[in-house]
Design a protein around this ligand. Structure first.
Ligand code: 9MR
Ligand code: 9MR
Length: 869
């Protein structure tokens, strides 16, 4: 292979011929008859993929040919195109480009091999004239440059009359057959390259053909053997088709850095054992959202000089938006100011359904501080914990970050007086796909609003309802704005229950199509009921078949397209007035799902809660693994059963290196980590002056369907866990996205809260929390604390959080203070001591702004959860 490359390079120096016209009789480069084919699906036997088009009608396969319509009167040939990306060209190599083409009534076209983004360097081009009868066109040329990922595009614009173009037998032969791709997978001992929690599970996987148990040793940084044992042979792992053994060294607890695990003659990447491993990951994963902000300058002083950039999409040339955005032609007459929010992913689109679930997960990570023992108090997610411009404003920074998107989501709602008022536009993005790299402020594309959809409207309803209860203690006016938008959206969705985003609406932005919105209806009804307590929402949610269905799918508990589990999890964790038996049924459904994820995880030699079959490894699948881990984490929060916590920790082990590729999927984390994700902003791979994605950016992960041409070329035939490449061209395995990082942020926050993951102590207190009286704007509550432990309590601090806007007005027999929704009741001097078996009683008067006032689920005494009685 290598000598051949050298020969081609020498040729390149001699020949830089680029063919543009047709000159009969001239001998161009010679392409041997057995030269390899470089295009995929050039005969369209596999449908339209991976061909793309822009400025044309839909691509369809008619009688085995690829056909589409092109409007007449376009100014330039390049105003409409049909093409294929990720075409490898080798400088100096000879190629023959050939195809059959027809056009009715008839028009000129240009076939161009080029750099697929600005400055669109042309490598070869040819002009042809197509008529109603298909004709064969063929040319040879010598590639003037190397480009492993060039673009072939048929430019079909510029004819005065509208045309129907058809292509067939498109072929580019020449160059070299792609060498079989062999990823560098490093040592055969696979560990979490970041590390393990001292009291938590510690598992590793060894790739080996040995069928008998093998000795393993855990070594300190100095090389001393600190623990040893034998591996467990596991046969062939389904997802990787590797023969593997597993190692369990959970009984080793000593914190330290630079450990390695040695087995079968190989040493793992080094790792730590520490109870603070995940503290910075919580911050990094959340910091990603600031880096993705639209409509505001990014301050390098906050996240590093390399990330500084001017505001994107504020209508400053060459940007055309997002301050006054029209609809796609024919979709609506109004224009909207939809500035702000986060860029969805590696593109500059902003999509309500995906913004919805990402915002939900940030808000949920915050809400967990009110309901989960290990998060209680929320200090780690408080004000001043993130590097955002709003730090120091007394509002928790994670809420400030969520608000950046919430304000955008609210702007996407169709204003009163317009058709479909109250619904949310599905999305806003560029009219056509742009190339990479492209800074947001340099995007010249027209921005367009796409039709309102029921799914987007219900996402807005759900997340705005969450906003209303969580912001109530911090900003009553904003909370009220969210609450009223949520109700309006929900009513609009009920009036227009079946407006679905089109799967074909995918030029210039993702489709995010969804034609089943029963789950969105359920989720929105749940969030509205939790926030308002209004009977109508309870009626709707209990009438939904999803209320009693098994909503936790094996391949992913939830995602942007399936949100029923979000409603279920919130009914299980957020205080509410469901009858006790119903509440317990809901919670049992969560732990039953967690049991199934644990069973799946135990069946995987790499220890992840995802089935081992190809169908489970999908676009963005890393987020599905995390979302399943979130169900495990929630089961732990509900039950304090450490098996569930261990499951969530093991999911993180997989993401951070314990996998077939020996790769951490989080940028900046682990010895070998993903950092070339598909992103127009963080495109360092394409332009060394640009940064990589910031530390804490999650890659989409292995996708067995190989839905981008680069991966399809490189990884054809891959086993599921290997269907990934850390290359900016592979958007279907290696993009960044807000809904994937929101999952990571939730999990990282949970993991950081586990500290050492020490044994969970049995409760040593019991609390009775009784609201004896309530009136329209107030209530009267009595709290009895019993010491159920064996030693005296000397000084106590009892803590819980209100669900919404409740405020303590006065109290007796305790000193009660409130910060946000969190209430802390401290002993008076005279009742500081509670003997074993003894009790103290105190009370308070509170106010509400009319929302529900359920008893809190979680009450801690000196930081430890009390039983409820
Ligand atoms: O860059 C786009 C990426 O952000 C999307 O996730 C992906 C799928 O919607 O599409 C990418 O854009 C490509 C488009 O689908 C086809 N033409 C080339 C585009 C840039 O690589
Ligand atoms: O995350 C989305 C994935 O579930 C879909 O299968 C895929 C194709 O429709 O689109 C993904 O979302 C992309 C979106 O369409 C455009 N922005 C980038 C998103 C992440 O790749």
């Amino acid at each position: 292979m290598i000598p051949h490359r050298r020969r081609l390079a020498a040729l390149a120096a001699a020949t830089t011929l680029v063919l543009t016209g047709a000159t009969a009789g001239v001998a161009y480069a010679e392409v041997p008859p057995d030269a390899p084919e470089q295009l995929r699906n050039g005969d369209f036997s596999a449908g339209t993929s991976p061909w793309f088009s822009y400025g044309t009608g839909d691509l369809t396969v008619v009688d085995g040919r690829l056909c589409t319509t092109v409007p007449g009167g376009l100014a330039n040939p390049w105003d409409a195109g049909i093409g294929q990306d990720a075409v490898p060209l080798i400088a100096g190599a000879d190629y023959e480009l050939s195809f059959d083409v027809s056009a009715t009534p008839g028009a000129a076209l240009k076939a161009v091999l080029q750099l697929g983004s600005a400055p669109y360097t042309t490598y070869a081009s040819l002009d042809a004239t197509a008529t109603g009868t298909a004709q064969h066109v063929a040319r040879t040329f010598t590639a003037p440059a190397d480009n492993p990922s060039a673009q072939l595009v048929f430019q079909v614009g510029g004819s005065p009359a509208a045309q129907t173009f058809c292509l067939d037998n498109v072929s580019l032969r020449g160059g070299e057959a792609a060498p079989p791709y062999e990823p560098d997978t490093g040592p055969r001992v696979r560990v979490n390259q970041v590390g393990y929690l001292p009291g938590g599970p510690k598992n590793a996987t060894v790739v080996t053909d040995d069928t008998d148990p093998l000795p393993w040793q855990l070594r300190s940084a100095a090389g001393a053997v600190v623990a040893s044992g034998e591996t467990t042979p596991r046969g062939v792992d389904a997802a990787s088709q590797q023969r593997v053994h597993t190692v369990d060294f959970s009984s080793f607890h000593t914190p330290g850095t630079g450990y390695t695990l040695v087995a079968d003659g190989e040493a793992s990447h080094p790792f730590d054992i520490s109870g603070t491993l995940y503290d910075r990951l919580r911050v990094d994963s959340l910091q990603f959202f600031y880096a993705q902000r639209s409509g505001t300058p990014i301050d390098g002083g906050l996240i590093g000089a390399g990330y500084a950039r001017p505001a994107g999409h504020l209508g400053v040339a060459p940007n055309q938006g997002d301050t006054d955005v029209p609809c796609q032609p024919g979709v609506c007459d109004h224009r909207l100011d939809v500035r702000g929010g986060w860029y969805d992913a590696g593109d500059h689109g902003k999509y309500v359904v995906n913004g919805g679930i990402a915002t939900y997960q940030l808000l949920s990570a915050f809400e967990r501080t009110k309901t989960a023992e290990t998060a209680a108090g929320g200090g780690a997610l408080g004000d001043g914990t993130l590097r955002v411009p709003e730090r120091g404003n007394t509002v928790p920074d994670i809420l400030d970050e969520a608000r950046w998107e919430l304000e955008f989501l609210l702007r996407m709602q169709v204003p009163a007086g317009q058709p479909l008022a109250g619904m949310a536009h599905h999305k806003i993005h560029d009219r056509s796909w742009t190339g990479l790299p492209l800074a947001p402020q340099d995007d010249p594309q027209p921005r367009e609003l796409h039709p309102p959809s029921t799914a987007a409207t219900l996402n807005l309803a759900a997340v705005a309802a969450q906003c209303a209860r969580l912001f109530a203690p911090y900003d009553a006016a904003f909370a009220a704005r969210c609450g009223s938008a949520a109700k309006t959206a929900y009513a609009a969705a009920k009036a227009h229950p079946a407006r679905y985003a089109s799967p074909a609406d995918g030029n210039g932005g993702g489709a995010y199509d969804d034609s089943n919105v029963t789950d969105e209806f359920y989720w929105a009804a749940v969030e509205l009921w939790l926030t308002t307590g209004e009977q109508a929402y309870l009626t709707d949610l209990t009438a939904s078949p999803l209320h009693t269905a098994d909503v936790f799918a094996a391949g992913g508990a939830f995602g942007w397209q399936s949100v029923a589990a979000l409603g279920r999890l919130d009914l299980a964790t957020v205080p509410n007035a469901l009858p006790a038996a119903e509440r317990s049924r809901i919670r049992t459904s969560v732990t039953a799902a967690a049991d199934r994820y644990l069973a799946t995880l135990r069946g995987q030699a790499y220890g992840l809660p995802l089935p081992g079959e190809a169908g489970a490894y999908v676009w963005g699948g890393n987020s599905n693994i995390i979302n399943n881990a979130i169900v495990l984490a929630t089961a732990f929060d509900l039950t304090r059963d450490a098996r569930y916590r261990d499951g969530a920790v093991q999911a993180a082990d997989y993401l951070l290196g314990r996998n077939a590729l020996n790769m951490s999927y989080v940028t900046g984390w682990g010895e070998r980590n993903a950092h070339h994700q598909h992103s127009r902003i963080f495109a360092h791979q394409l332009d060394p002056d640009l940064p990589n994605p910031p530390d804490g950016s999650l890659a989409g992960g292995p996708n067995a369907a190989l839905q981008d041409p680069y991966a399809a070329n490189l990884l054809a035939g891959c086993q599921p866990m290997f269907c990934y490449v850390d290359d900016i061209n592979s958007y279907s395995t290696n993009e960044v996205a807000i809904n994937w990082n929101s999952a990571l942020a939730w999990l990282a926050s949970f993991l950081a809260d586990q500290r050492d993951a020490a044994a969970v102590a049995a409760p040593s207190c019991a609390v009775t929390y009784t609201t004896h009286g309530s009136w329209p704007d107030g209530f009267n509550t009595q709290v009895i604390v019993r010491n159920t432990g064996t030693s005296a309590v000397d000084g106590w601090s009892l803590r819980w959080a209100f669900t919404g806007d409740q405020k303590v007005q006065s109290s007796w027999s305790a000193r009660v203070s409130q910060s946000g929704a969190t209430v802390t009741a401290r002993n008076e001097a005279w009742n500081a001591n509670i003997a074993p078996g003894g009790t103290v009683t105190f009370g308070l008067i509170g106010t509400t702004a009319g929302g529900p006032n359920p008893a809190p689920n979680l009450i801690t005494l000196n930081g430890t959860a009390c039983a409820r009685s």
